[in-house]
Design a protein around this ligand. Structure first.
Ligand code: NCD
Length: 359
C-alpha cells in the first residue's frame, strides 16, 4: 500500500512531487494536504462543489448550526511560525464554521523550540492534544517531514501545509482555483483560458502551487511576466513542459493584459533576499496594475492577488467588478472549511443535508 508509514524518510524525500502525491491521498481523500501535486482535476471539481454547498448551507441559522456540529468533537493546532494574516484567520474561521476548537503557536520564542526542542518533538506534542495540525513555516518541505513523522508515530493526525518556505502553498492554490472556477462559470470554465502571473515569480510559493493545478485544465496558457531576476524558474517550467502545458515568459506587462482571462498579481518577496536590499535594486515599477490598465483588460477577465499587496494594484482598481481579490480572500475560508470537512470524512453528510424542514 502507498502510505507514509510504508516508506522510509530517505526514500520519500527523494521522490518526485508526482510520486510523493501517491502517498498523500486515500480513495480521493487527502490524508495530509501538503502539495498541489496531490490534487487531480476530479478532486478540484469535488472540492469546489463542496465549498459552494458549505457556503449555501451556512446562509441560514439552522444550516450554520448543522455545520458547527459537524466536527465539534475535534481540536486543531494552528502552528504558524511565519507571519500570516489571511491564511491564519481563514483557517481559524474555517474551523469555527465546522465547530472545531483551535489552539495556536505563532512564534517559536513562546514555545519550547526556544529551549532547543526539535520541530519533530514539538509537532508530536501537538498531536498528543490535537486532531489536526495546520502549519506554516519558512522552512521548505517541513510540513512533508512532519507528516511523515506523525504517520510513523502513534498519533497519525493530518497535517495541512499552510505555506512552506518558497516551495508550496497548496491551500492558496485551491482557493485560487475555486475563484477561477466561479469567475468563469458562465464563460466555459477554466479550460482554454490564459492566466497571466505578474511580479515575484522566482520566490512566490502561491504561483508555484497554482501553476501546477492549472495544468489539470485543457488548453490553458500560462504567461509569466516579471523582470528577469524575478522570473519563474525551470523547476516550474520543466514541470509544465513535462505535461505539455503551454507557457511563455515576458518582461512586458502592458502587452500581456489584453489577452488575459485572469491576471494574478504578486508582491516582491524581499524577505528571501540573500543580501540585504537586493530586491530594492530591481525596478518593479512597471509591474503594477493601475486604473489605466483597466481599459486594456477584457470585459470578462478578472484581477487576482493572494495578498498582502504593497503597490502592485492601486486601490482605485478595487471598485472595478473585475477586481476579485477581496472575494478570492473570502473564498479561502470556505475552501479551507471544505478541505477540512473532506479530510475528516464529512462530505456525504454535508451533501445530504436538506434545507427543507422534515415534513
Ligand atoms: C502569500 C504567502 O504567504 O505566500 N500570502 C498568503 O498566504 N495569502 C503571499 C505573500 O506573502 O506574498
Amino acid at each position: 500500500m502507498t502510505a507514509l508509514n510504508n516508506v522510509s524518510w530517505d526514500e520519500f524525500q527523494k521522490l518526485s512531487l508526482a510520486d510523493k502525491a501517491r502517498y498523500l491521498m486515500s480513495e480521493g481523500i487527502p490524508v495530509h494536504a501538503l502539495i498541489a501535486q496531490q490534487f487531480e482535476r476530479d478532486d478540484l471539481d469535488k472540492l469546489g462543489d463542496l465549498t459552494t454547498r458549505i457556503r449555501q448551507i451556512s446562509k441560514t441559522r439552522e444550516g450554520s448550526l448543522f455545520l458547527s456540529g459537524m466536527l465539534s468533537h475535534k481540536r486543531a493546532m494552528l502552528y504558524f511560525t511565519q507571519p500570516s494574516t489571511r491564511t491564519f484567520l481563514s483557517f481559524c474561521a474555517a474551523c469555527q464554521i465546522l465547530g472545531i476548537k483551535t489552539g495556536e503557536v505563532r512564534d517559536t520564542a513562546t514555545s519550547s523550540e526556544f529551549k532547543g526542542e526539535s520541530q519533530e518533538d514539538s509537532v508530536r506534542t501537538f498531536s498528543s492534544y490535537f486532531d489536526m495540525i495546520v502549519m506554516r513555516s519558512q522552512i521548505g518541505g517541513l510540513a512533508e517531514r512532519m507528516a511523515w513523522v506523525l504517520s510513523n508515530g502513534d498519533r497519525p493526525v493530518p497535517i495541512i501545509n499552510a505555506g512552506s518556505g518558497k516551495d508550496q502553498h497548496p491551500t492558496q492554490a485551491l482557493l485560487d482555483i475555486y475563484t477561477l472556477q466561479r469567475s468563469f462559470e458562465n464563460t466555459g470554465g477554466i479550460d482554454g483560458k490564459t492566466i497571466v502571473f505578474v511580479g515575484d515569480l522566482a520566490r512566490g510559493r502561491t504561483v508555484r502551487s497554482l501553476a501546477w493545478l492549472l495544468t489539470k485544465y485543457e488548453n490553458v496558457r500560462l504567461c509569466f511576466v516579471a523582470p528577469e531576476p524575478l522570473q519563474i524558474g525551470p523547476d516550474v517550467t520543466d514541470q509544465l513542459d513535462a505535461v505539455g502545458t503551454q507557457w511563455e515568459k515576458t518582461s512586458e506587462f502592458a502587452e500581456s493584459i489584453p489577452d488575459a482571462d485572469a491576471i494574478y498579481m504578486t508582491r516582491v518577496q524581499d524577505e528571501w533576499d540573500v543580501e540585504k536590499g537586493e530586491s530594492a535594486k530591481i525596478d518593479t515599477s512597471a509591474y503594477c496594475f493601475t486604473p489605466a490598465h483597466l481599459l486594456e483588460l477584457g470585459e470578462n477577465a478578472v484581477i487576482m492577488h493572494p495578498f498582502p499587496r504593497r503597490n502592485e494594484i492601486s486601490t482605485e482598481v478595487d471598485r472595478d467588478p473585475r477586481a476579485v481579490y477581496w472575494r478570492q480572500m473570502r473564498n479561502g475560508m470556505w475552501v479551507r472549511a471544505a478541505l477540512i470537512a473532506e479530510i475528516f470524512g464529512c462530505k456525504e453528510r454535508i451533501d445530504s443535508y436538506s434545507e427543507e424542514p422534515p415534513g
